[in-house]
Design a protein around this ligand. Structure first.
Ligand SMILES: [Zn+2]
Length: 166
């Protein structure tokens, strides 16, 4: 599945997945589902009054929305050695609505998603790890889902995926 050269490599600001778009295309998310999360998030962010945002941006030196972009930029292959620093790690998660998300950057995805479920990134990430531990038989504590989210599949550095394949 080769990508035409004219397309730029981008990193989804929601899940961290790599996707390809023509340079003229301004989309920052890999899929409709991620766009929805991004949209809900920005809409929630707009509960901020312009005044409060300005105050915060003065304090931090930039508006809050840009912080996420900075984090995504750090993970960008252009920002340095993304692929060479660590092997690709994928997580396939299913949302409560039944939508499949292929997540490349779990912590980024949790930061974007958990607040929409009234929780924290730490809590979501811990739950996903617990689901994985249980699936691998490394934990007797059965964790099957987190607020309706389920771990469908994962790939990691230190062992081969040996569960059910698609
Ligand atoms: Zn995405």
């Amino acid at each position: 599945m080769g990508q035409p050269k004219k397309n730029e490599e981008r990193i989804c600001v929601v899940c961290g997945a790599i996707f390809y778009r023509a340079p003229s295309y301004t989309m920052k998310t890999c899929s409709k589902e991620c766009a929805k999360i991004s949209y809900t998030r920005s809409r929630t962010g707009q509960k901020w009054t312009a005044e409060a945002r300005q105050r915060l941006s003065k304090k931090r030196g930039r508006p809050p929305q840009l912080l996420l972009g900075t984090e995504a930029a750090k993970a960008s292959p252009l920002a340095g050695g993304y692929e060479t620093n660590f092997r690709a790690q994928w997580w396939t998660l299913q949302s409560p609505e039944g939508i499949i998300h292929h997540v490349r950057n779990l912590s980024l995805f949790c930061r974007n998603t958990a607040p929409l479920y009234g929780s924290t990134a730490e809590s979501m990430q811990t739950a996903v790890s617990a689901m994985k531990s249980w699936r691998r038989g490394r934990s007797k504590h059965k964790v099957e889902s987190w607020k309706g989210w389920r771990l469908i599949e994962y790939e990691e550095v230190d062992d081969q995926w040996n569960g059910t394949s698609k």
